[in-house]
Write a protein that binds this ligand. Structure first.
Ligand code: GRG
Ligand code: ZN
Length: 313
């Protein structure tokens, strides 16, 4: 088995940042804020965040903010809760949360909470437990959880719980590992994990490991490196990570590397992208692979960044 080719991955992330007219960049243009978070968080976990000019990034981020307080995926696009969390996460990575008007951002988020405690992703109103996570994680980083009705938000998430112990996007929705991460993250941040049946959910999650060592997101589906994040962070939040074979998962992730040009793909032999590079590296960090910064499973930020936010106000 090969090792993690750290320098190649750093080079790959930096090259994607520069190739603004590439196919991947055009397709992902509206997602750029999210891409910035994936790329920069990866660099930070690898200990190479200083390879980039932070001033340039921060200037661009602030150009994506709307009057409403929310952030868009790129300059001139519409704001959404997803990009708002990504913008706040990237500023947190650079220790630059002070450039924000935290109340303004918090007002945008609290304005998206509905009567039943759920959240819409933007002004168009789609409701999903993902948006509950985005809202709660973002407000937590900004020390503004008091701006929403946390009790109602938690009760809505609990109503998305299924008989298999997992969580769906809305009440009655099928359990999916991505959705489980969102619901557990929100419950962990608000100190509400007592709503979770840890043994039942732990079983469902550890059954996501397939023969190759990789994890899938639902029964009968193919393994994919991104579930090394969604499933593993969930198992850690409920103290059941020892229920999977960590060594086999490390091997699966390392097998998905492009050892020549850098980057990690969803499964061996597929094309690499920034998204799976992040989830592969973050997954290895959760697996305590040597030389990587530890990452907080609920806030999806390096532990030193989270400590800075909560212990050095
Ligand atoms: C800060 C890490 C972080 C996340 C922000 C947006 C968000 C919060 C979480 C998304 C959670 C989610 C629903 C992830 C799933 C993404 C995914 C790979 C969906 C694919 O679903 P299918 O059905 O694929 O296309 P499968 O693997 O089931 O075949
Ligand atoms: Zn994937």
């Amino acid at each position: 088995m090969g090792e993690l080719v750290v320098d190649k991955h750093v080079k790959y992330i930096l090259s994607v940042e520069k190739r603004k007219d590439s196919f991947e960049s055009v397709v992902l243009e509206h997602l750029r804020m999210n891409g910035a978070y994936w790329g920069l968080a990866t660099l930070d976990i690898l200990g190479k965040l200083d390879a980039l000019d932070s001033n340039e990034v921060i200037e661009w981020i602030m150009k994506c903010q709307h009057e409403s307080g929310g952030f868009a995926g790129n300059i001139g696009h519409d704001p959404h809760m997803l990009y708002t969390l990504s913008a706040v996460q990237v500023l947190a990575l650079f220790d630059k949360l002070n450039v924000l008007d935290a109340d303004k951002v918090a007002n945008y988020i609290s304005g998206l909470q509905n009567e039943d405690g759920s959240f819409s992703g933007d002004e168009w109103g789609e409701v999903d437990s993902r948006f509950s996570y985005l809202a709660i994680c973002c407000l937590s980083i900004l020390h503004r959880l008091d701006k929403i009705n946390v009790e109602k938000a938690v009760n809505y998430i609990a109503s998305c719980k299924n008989v298999d112990g997992g969580f769906g996007c809305t009440p009655g929705g099928e359990s999916h590992a991505g959705q489980i991460f969102c619901c557990l993250g929100a419950l962990a941040i608000t100190g509400s994990l007592h709503h979770v049946d840890k043994d039942l959910l732990g079983w469902w999650l550890c059954e996501r490991q397939v023969k190759s060592g990789g994890l899938n997101g639902r029964p009968e589906k193919l393994p994919d490196v991104c579930y090394s994040w969604w499933v593993l962070s969930s198992l850690i939040m409920i103290d059941r990570v020892h229920w999977i074979n960590k060594d086999k998962l490390v091997k699966f992730i390392l097998n998905c590397q492009d050892t020549e040009n850098g980057g990690i793909s969803d499964r061996p032999e597929d094309a690499v992208d920034v998204y799976h590079t992040y989830f592969g590296v973050a997954g290895l960090s959760l697996l305590e692979y040597p030389g990587l910064k530890a990452i907080d499973p609920a806030h999806a930020l390096p532990v030193d960044v989270v400590n800075r936010i909560f212990f050095q106000k």
